[in-house]
Design a protein around this ligand. Structure first.
Ligand code: ADP
Ligand code: MG
Length: 240
């Protein structure tokens, strides 16, 4: 579904991504781990074209995407993104947050958008919160709204950038459960996370990044139980 070849990105003199190669097949769940500043968010942002790569190829469904010639807004619609901070619209109810993009961007009829939006909110366990404003929700509930909102655009792939890092510890589980359900349903996902238990249990593959490079990739259980690279071992010994 997505292939990345020799992706490079710099911010001024800072070479942030160095020859990143990545393959994500349909229904794969891939976790991206690594220390702060290692380039994880930049990888996701390049895949969503929030940042434009300097060099390398990004191939979606067999088609190489070039920012100059492709309609990036079209591509962004295929890629759902969930951030650490939920970025909900504070002046809109939960349901209004979810139906906004399908109506405005996809020109979906309002009735259909409401029907689908409610179904998505039911799915993330918020069927009693349609008409509530975000300020009345817990962090875990807000993040589940953000997930429903991203799903409302019917993306082909979902990118999660530390979706639980801003949450109180007791709220992390409900968001991870929601993501696990999505994974089980076959959603293709790339998840940047510090939740090693989630990575080991849910991800098909885990990738460890250090200073802009991929150090190690492996099937998750093998990756965590038997890491091959010294750097990976050192990192895991600090976080596990
Ligand atoms: P991570 O998500 O792994 O913490 P990031 O991808 O956010 O890492 O950042 C990698 C490096 O790139 C960091 O040194 C960060 O300061 C730098 N960086 C990220 N975004 C920008 C930007 N827009 N301008 C300049 N430097 C940036
Ligand atoms: Mg980050």
């Amino acid at each position: 579904m997505i292939r990345v070849e020799k992706l490079n990105k710099s911010f001024g003199d800072l070479h942030v991504l160095k020859d990143i190669d990545l393959t994500v097949n349909e229904s794969d769940v891939v976790c991206l781990i690594g220390a702060s500043g290692s380039g994880k968010s930049t990888v996701l942002r390049c895949l969503n074209f929030l940042e434009i790569k300097d060099e390398g190829k990004i191939i979606f469904d067999g088609e190489q995407i070039e920012p100059k010639t492709h309609d990036l807004n079209k591509i962004r619609q295929k890629v759902g993104m969930v951030f650490q901070h939920f970025n909900l619209f504070p002046h809109m109810t939960v349901l209004e947050n979810v139906i906004e993009a399908p109506i405005m961007v996809k020109k979906m009829g309002k009735e259909e958008a409401i029907k689908e939006g409610k179904a998505l909110l039911d799915k993330v366990g918020l069927s009693d919160k349609y008409d509530v404003y975000p300020s009345k929700l817990s962090g875990g509930q807000k993040q589940r709204v953000a997930i429903a909102r991203a799903l409302a655009m019917k993306p082909e792939i979902m990118l999660f950038d530390e979706p639980t890092s801003a949450l109180d510890p007791e709220l992390v589980g409900e968001v991870l459960e929601t993501m696990k359900t999505l994974a089980k349903e076959g959603m293709t996902m790339i998840v940047v996370t510090h939740e090693m238990g989630f990575a080991k249990e849910v991800a098909d593959y885990t990738i460890y990044m250090h200073e802009g490079k991929i150090v190690e990739v492996g099937p998750s259980v093998e990756f965590f139980e038997n890491p091959k690279e010294e750097r990976t071992k050192e990192f895991l010994s600090k976080v596990l």
